[in-house]
Design a protein around this ligand. Structure first.
Ligand code: NDP
Length: 488
């Protein structure tokens, strides 16, 4: 096994402020997607390690919840500073973990994680209750309490960002967290755990354990866990929410999508093409909120496709560590095979392949950016989440038709509209059944804005002050000032 010098962590898990090995755990080979070669070997957590991680988080949480919001916030903001100072190293690790080009990871991943820690560090001291006057001069006050130990479970597309988006609000509210990354991308969350300790977080406050679905399932049903936040697919979300329901645990579910991106004939076409590229090919299409059903109004369909295919010629596909590269491999051989299956389904069902569609003749899991035109609503590639670089272009005649077709899905994560008509833009955004909408933009997710899905795409919101409600609970305290009357 060729070990990459930057990739192998000292041990598989990070518990109670230190790296910990679990020699009895199943081996996990970490594969660099650009070469297909193993760059590190870790081991999954056995149930004893899951117990140890939860116990250590529980021990750390009580004192952390008693600390002032200002103290908690300071630690999170310090962690944000350390992440920013080490952006390049963390970005290289993100690229090794995921295969995403360094040109992306340098600006998108650790940076977004730092934004979350800074934002929630900034508002930690402002998490307060309310004073509610009631009859007779009595009053109620509310206390916003931590939940306890939260479980975070991540997908493989944004391992640094997902760890931070979950840890930051959880810790700001006074919780501890045990985080399980995807076994496909286990490296980055360990660095976040290290950095939090360096920033002053008590050992145990943020623990990382490795493993596949079985480890995740053991964590979700552990009696010490008060809340589960999952980023993953809808089928996994259904399993995890059902398992969490056994203990009436709080859940946040950030799940998949098949989001519509609607281009009206009056849109600035170059902007719309940019939106479609960002919403389909960034991170080689492995983004949950991608606008993979691109509805284009019939009169501008031909020029839209012409400009799109011309722009795709400019994609620089290659070594992700070369900063000139802007399109990298898929995360794994399994994901590549899955996406190739969808390309085959598109062809078999009569969609017209107008760009890409082939694997690259080089090591690693590369598939060309792929565009299908003449896609109809019933085709598999218009219905199922592909999670790869495959755009389906559909045409439409009227706004009402576009909206009805856009909403005819069980998913509801995101949606985009491109138009110069102000009233239409807001009308369409209001009518889209989606948790996040963009007008003349796509896939921008600043920490200040709530992010999450409706319908089967999820429950709860990440980022923004909204996330505080999902990592805390409210206690109501009634205060009587006068004598208390009773019937007898
Ligand atoms: P999966 O649903 O396969 O896995 C998500 C995580 O859950 C992984 O860590 C996985 O472990 C774990 N897991 C699997 N089974 C169980 C179980 N029974 N109990 C507990 N945990 C379990 O998703 P992917 O990793 O394949 O990621 C792609 C999916 O994530 C896409 O559907 C995408 O849309 C979605 N996603 C949603 C986002 C959002 O914010 N809405 C953002 C990013 C991605 P392991 O993988 O190690 O087996």
């Amino acid at each position: 096994m060729a070990q990459h010098p930057d990739a192998q962590p000292p041990a598989s898990h990070f518990i109670d402020g230190a790296y910990v090995e679990d020699p009895a755990g199943d081996p996990i080979d970490v594969i660099y997607p650009a070469t297909g070669k193993s760059i590190a070997r870790l081991r999954a957590a056995t149930p004893a390690t899951v117990d140890r991680a939860v116990a250590s988080a529980k021990a750390a949480q009580a004192a952390w919840a008693r600390a002032s919001g200002a103290e908690r916030g300071r630690v999170l903001r310090r962690a944000a500073e350390i992440i920013r100072a080490r952006n390049r190293d963390l970005s290289v690790l993100e690229t090794l973990d995921t295969g995403k080009p360094l040109s992306e990871t340098l600006v998108a991943d650790a940076a977004s994680g730092a934004d979350a820690l800074e934002y929630f560090g900034g508002i930690a001291a402002a998490i307060t209750g309310a004073h509610i006057p009631v009859a007779g001069g009595d009053f109620v006050y509310t206390i916003r309490e931590a939940l306890g130990v939260c479980a975070g479970i991540g997908a493989w597309n944004y391992p640094t960002q997902i760890a931070c988006w979950k840890a930051a609000p959880a810790l700001a509210c006074g919780n501890a967290m045990v985080f399980k990354p995807s076994e496909t991308t286990p490296l980055c969350a360990l660095k976040i755990a290290e950095i939090l300790v360096e920033a002053g977080a008590p050992p145990g406050l943020f623990n990382v354990i490795q493993g596949a679905g079985a480890t995740g399932a053991a964590l979700v049903t552990h009696p010490g866990i008060a809340k589960v936040s999952l980023t993953g697919s809808v089928p996994t979300g259904q399993k995890v929410a059902a398992a969490a329901a056994g203990g009436i645990r709080h859940v946040t579910m950030e799940l998949g999508g098949k989001s519509p991106l609607i281009v009206f004939e009056d849109a600035d076409l170059d902007t719309a093409v940019s939106g479609a590229i960002l919403g389909n090919f960034y991170s080689s299409g492995q983004v949950c909120s991608n606008g993979t059903r691109v509805f284009v109004q019939a009169p501008v369909l031909a020029p839209f496709l012409a400009r799109l295919t011309a722009r795709l010629q400019r994609a620089v596909i290659g070594d992700p560590m070369d900063e000139a590269t802007n399109f990298g491999p898929l995360v794994s051989a399994a994901q590549l095979a899955r996406v190739e299956g969808y390309v085959a389904a598109g062809l078999a069902e009569g969609a017209r392949l107008i760009h890409g569609g082939k694997r690259l003749d080089r090591p690693g899991y590369y598939l060309e950016p792929t565009v299908f035109a003449d896609v109809t609503d019933r085709m598999t590639i218009a219905q199922e989440e592909i999670f790869g670089p495959v755009m389906a272009v559909l045409s439409f005649a009227t706004e009402d038709e576009a909206l009805a077709r856009a909403n005819a899905t069980d998913f509801g994560l995101a949606g985009g509209v491109f138009t110069r008509d102000l009233a239409r833009a807001h009308r369409v955004a209001a009518a889209l059944e989606a948790g996040t909408c963009w007008i003349n933009a796509y896939n921008l997710t600043p920490v200040e804005a709530p992010f999450g899905g409706v319908k089967r795409s999820g429950i709860g919101r990440e980022n923004s002050a909204e996330a505080i409600a999902h990592y805390s609970q409210v206690k109501s305290v009634y205060v009587a000032l006068g004598p208390l009357e009773a019937p007898f």
